[in-house]
Design a protein around this ligand. Structure first.
Ligand SMILES: [Zn+2]
Length: 140
């Protein structure tokens, strides 16, 4: 992942909290793989992970855990709690999307960021927000 993306993706827990606490894609509404820190993560997710996996989870995943385990996933070595989400097709990988594209002068400010799945983020690319919403409407 590029350094520029990492500059905003760690702000996802803040973005999620601002938008009501649900880990869902702003554009398509699909569930996102949750991660964060104990201080800013909904207890629901800790409970859910503990129920789903045999290993006790001592902390919620941080951004570094997320990257590390995503790397393990890419390499086919799934044996962690995050694997539950990664293997579950209901969940998509979470990214922070720039409402006004960074390439068009959008900032890294929280006000310019929404939670998105990697699929929508890739499809939006450098489209403007309204342009992409219209595009999504045409697809459905
Ligand atoms: Zn999406």
């Amino acid at each position: 992942m590029s350094k520029r993306k990492k500059a905003v993706i760690h702000r996802l827990p803040e973005i999620i909290a601002r938008d009501g606490g649900e880990w869902v894609c702003h554009y398509c509404g699909k569930k996102l793989i949750p991660y964060g820190t104990p201080s800013n993560t909904e207890p629901y997710y800790v409970y859910k992970i503990q129920q789903a996996l045999p290993t006790q989870v001592l902390h919620m995943p941080t951004y570094d855990d997320y990257e590390r385990y995503m790397g393990m996933w890419m390499g086919g070595d799934i044996q962690c709690w995050l694997g539950y989400y990664v293997m579950n097709p209901e969940y998509r990988r979470a990214v922070a999307d720039h409402v006004i594209p960074y390439a068009k002068g959008g900032t890294h400010d929280l006000s310019n960021l929404v939670a998105s799945c990697d699929n929508c983020n890739a499809r939006k690319s450098t489209k403007d927000y309204d342009e992409f919403i219209e595009y999504l409407g045409q697809q459905s």
